[in-house]
Design a protein around this ligand. Structure first.
Ligand SMILES: Cc1ncc(COP(=O)(O)O)c(C=O)c1O
Length: 376
């Protein structure tokens, strides 16, 4: 048996006709950038997330870059983010000219550690602390960081909050959708995400009208909505393609069903693995996890288990094997090994296994058997 980490073909098959029709429709209308389907998708996403504005952009990375710029963050500023997340979170900070300020992660949820954020802000000299202007909590693997605590800290230190919800579209924190609590939230529609386009796409969520207006300007070369050749600010070409929006519009109808199925699969794994040495995901009572990834901690056994999975044709992966403070591209920031022990341990000890909605019980049993056999 071969089991991939994500089976895009199985996801598309039942909705292929709908998708073909919607793509043909865009081709017929040939309004390929920010067309009617893009506007419609923005409305649908805003409604789904219960937020006033959704601004469609070209990727989850661009969503972060534009959010930082729209909030006035750039050269000379510091932005706090976890040391274990996808590169794009910190890469986006650096691309605005700001400096990523890394913090550790919580060893249970793998999300940003509130204690680590608190410590950095308490222990940093006043002059340097004053340059820290924002925080980007990442809703890692599909569940939200503790936003209540983050908003309290942000208020105390006057920080802007950008939620990186790239991995958590549809996740819920205390009744609110991921990405709708901070100043804004960013989403990725990369093909491998729970709600994935057929190419790059993303969006920003916000309740702030002015911020939404600035984001719309920034995504489209700073062009005035009244006169596209009048440029009001230095913007980007970071617009949403209409074809991607149309595909996402079809898929959005299924996202709750797919996310629920992922959670059911996760529950099954949790039950079946509870008497093993593997540590299953921890979900605090305030969160609804959407399991973009189902991540297990194996302590010393990880390589043994992964070898067995490879032998059995099962895909697995570590998200992410090198924490950001140890990445060559961030060497200039001066961090060293041991600075963020929980992030380093997580990178060493955890791995994700298939949890996608179309996974059958037979496939899950096969995966469970392969892992438990390797632990004997
Ligand atoms: C946490 C996180 N932030 C940002 C991004 C960037 O999104 P995109 O690939 O759409 O640019 C990703 C995508 O993998 C991600 O996982």
């Amino acid at each position: 048996m071969k089991i991939p980490l994500l089976d895009i073909e199985a996801q598309i098959k039942p909705i292929r006709k709908e998708i073909d029709i919607t793509i043909a429709n865009v081709i017929d209308k040939h309004h390929f950038i920010l067309g009617e389907e893009a506007r419609k998708l923005e409305e649908q996403i805003a409604k789904y997330c219960n937020v006033k504005y959704a601004i469609g952009v070209s990727s989850g990375t661009d969503a972060i870059v534009l959010s930082l710029k729209a909030l006035g963050i750039g050269s000379g500023d510091g932005v706090i983010c976890p040391s274990l997340t996808y590169y794009a979170t910190a890469g986006a900070i650096a691309r605005t000219g700001a400096r990523p300020v890394f913090v550790d992660i919580d060893p249970k949820t793998y999300n940003i550690s509130i204690d680590s954020v608190d410590q950095i802000l308490r222990n940093t000299q006043y002059a340097i602390r004053n340059t820290i202007k924002a925080i980007i909590p990442v809703h890692f693997y599909g569940q939200c960081a503790d936003m209540g605590q983050i908003m309290k800290i942000a208020k105390r230190y006057n920080l802007k909050v950008i939620e990186d919800a790239a991995q958590a579209f549809g996740a819920i924190y205390k009744g609110k959708k991921a990405g709708t609590i901070g100043n804004c939230g960013t989403v990725s529609f990369y093909p491998g995400k729970n709600l994935g386009a057929f190419g790059d796409a993303g969006c920003v969520l916000t309740n702030n009208k002015n911020l939404a207006r600035r984001l719309r300007l920034l995504r489209n070369q700073g062009a005035s909505p009244e006169n596209k050749y009048k440029h009001l600010c230095i913007g980007h070409n970071a617009r949403l393609d209409t074809i991607q929006a149309a595909i996402l519009g079809v898929k959005l109808k299924y996202i709750d069903r797919w996310n629920r199925k992922r959670a059911q699969n996760a529950d099954y794994y949790n039950r079946e693995l509870k008497d093993t040495d593997l540590i299953t995901p921890y979900v605090p009572g305030y969160n609804t996890h959407i399991y973009h990834q189902y991540v297990l901690r194996a302590k010393g056994n990880k390589e043994k288990i992964r070898k067995r999975l490879i032998k059995k044709g099962i895909d697995s992966r570590t998200y992410y094997s090198i924490p950001l403070h140890l990445q060559p591209c961030f060497k200039y920031l001066g961090y060293k090994k041991g600075d963020f022990p929980e992030a380093e341990k997580c990178a060493k000890e955890t791995f994700a296994i298939p949890v996608y909605p179309e996974l059958s019980k037979k496939q899950m049993d096969y995966i469970i058997k392969a892992m438990t056999e390797s632990l004997l």
